[in-house]
Design a protein around this ligand. Structure first.
Ligand code: AKG
Ligand code: FE2
Length: 321
């Protein structure tokens, strides 16, 4: 249990339907043992990654007043820039040493959910940088498609209808996040972590990380294992909604980021989360007399909002008014 599995998902893009079964069973095993794995053979090109990363670096080097023009704490629908220490993933540690940009599905002002002031629904808030908006909107769509391909493979392992997730990811609340971890300067400053230990909230997360390193995953024996950058891969992990859906057959595993000494780190997680009204309840194949449902039924939006309130002080303040 010292290194994460690497799964080649290129057969999911070929013509042989039987290849799906083999990829699905590798994913199934990784989800049960780790809740974490790498994928290679995915369709997101290296040129795209370089382009998005270059834009992220350009954005994060802007003066903070410029970035705060799209301050996430001034929104109710979770879009825009989060300055250093906006988020505290581990309540036992200081706030995280990272800055972020979050975007979701762009919904215009006249969309029924926006008119009804539904939480997490609304327009994206992009910085005013040439080429930014079309690139990020395209990347969001491509990451969503990749997530849904993986989820379709997972339906084979979970024994549910092939389109189970597709129907639930209509107008999803998935988030594409860009993160900059400023360098840590002394070994003792490890106390303030880049990202404190946490589990993800959603369904699955696809993470690109640059070459700096620092991501760690807690294995089933409670040891922290490095998840080093591997060229051409994404790190995939399951979030709490998938653990709930699968009655903990699939693991939502704690992880954290220790910022490397003296170097900046950039990463880009894509959090795949379904339509806000989706019921998160134990799947039929994941329960029996010996394994009754462990979690009460909730909805995607209700669950996400309660987790956001745990990690963001500004959201607790918003909910109090
Ligand atoms: O930046 C990373 O490598 C991981 C970030 C993370 O775990 C998160 O944002 O949920
Ligand atoms: Fe995470």
């Amino acid at each position: 249990m010292n290194s994460l599995p690497i799964i080649d998902i290129s057969p999911l893009y070929g013509d042989a339907p039987s290849a799906w079964q083999s990829v699905a069973s590798q994913i199934d095993q990784a989800c049960r043992q780790w809740g974490f794995f790498y994928i290679k053979g995915h369709p997101i090109s290296p040129a795209r990654i370089t382009d998005v990363l270059g834009h992220a670096q350009r954005f994060f080097t802007l003066p903070v007043e410029e970035k705060l023009k799209i301050d996430i704490t001034q929104t109710r629908h979770h879009r825009g820039y989060g300055a250093v220490a906006t988020e505290q993933l581990d309540p036992a540690k200081p706030s995280d040493l990272k800055e972020t940009f979050d975007m979701g599905l762009h919904l215009p002002a006249d969309h029924p959910d926006v008119l009804a002031h539904k939480p997490l629904r609304g327009p994206n808030r992009h910085p005013d940088l040439v080429g930014w908006e079309p690139l990020m909107e395209q990347h969001y769509r491509d990451m969503q498609a990749l997530a849904q391909t993986l989820l379709r493979a997972m339906t084979l392992a979970l024994g549910i209808e092939r389109d189970f997730f597709d129907t639930r990811f209509n107008e999803p609340v998935s988030v594409l996040r860009l993160i900059h971890y400023p360098p840590r300067h002394t070994a003792s400053s490890a106390e303030q972590q880049g990202a404190g230990a946490h589990t993800d909230y959603g369904c699955i997360t696809l993470l690109y990380q640059d070459a700096a390193g620092g991501l760690q995953v807690r294995n089933v024996n409670g040891q922290w294992i490095d998840a080093p950058p591997i060229d051409g891969t994404f790190v995939v992990n399951l979030g709490d909604m998938m653990a709930r859906w699968s009655n903990d057959r699939y693991l939502s595993t704690p992880h954290r980021v220790i910022s490397p000494l003296g170097v900046d780190r950039y990463s880009m997680p894509f959090f795949a989360e379904p339509h806000p009204d989706t019921l998160i309840q134990c799947l039929p194949g994941c329960q029996d007399d010996a394994h009754p449902p462990k979690y009460p039924t909730t909805t995607c939006a209700e669950f996400l909002l309660s987790r956001f309130a745990d990690t963001y002080a500004y959201r607790r303040e918003q909910q109090a008014v």
